[in-house]
Design a protein. Sequence first.
Length: 140
Amino acid sequence: MRDILLALEHIYRPSFPSLNLQQWTGSMYTWLTHPLLDPQKSGRVLMDHLMKLVTTALQWSYAQTEVDVSPKHLEAAAEQLTLRRDKIHVVDAQNPKKEDEGEKQESPEESEELKLKGKKEEKRGRKKRAPEEPEHPDPK
């Protein structure tokens, strides 16, 4: 796990100049071998869980313009993986209400375009083969 964290440090170095993930190896191992993530109690960490933990914490730290991953973000990401697996966190939404309103207000051209597109697809679905056409042409 330490080697993977070292590789991730090199990958994310341009965005996080002071990144030091290796110092969190023990904590990450404890979080990622939680009974919900390791039900067989194998003591192995899945790469998928490790990447979700690290990338989520890095996204949150990046959104806060930090130069290293924040311990509070690592803990929150680990908690999300175990306790709140079904909850989706939005990282970069500063004004979600305004964005929702913008999505609801589409221009008249867009709504007209969607209606025309729907009608074309509807017409395509109604087409039937001509009776002269064989259903399965003989390749011989």
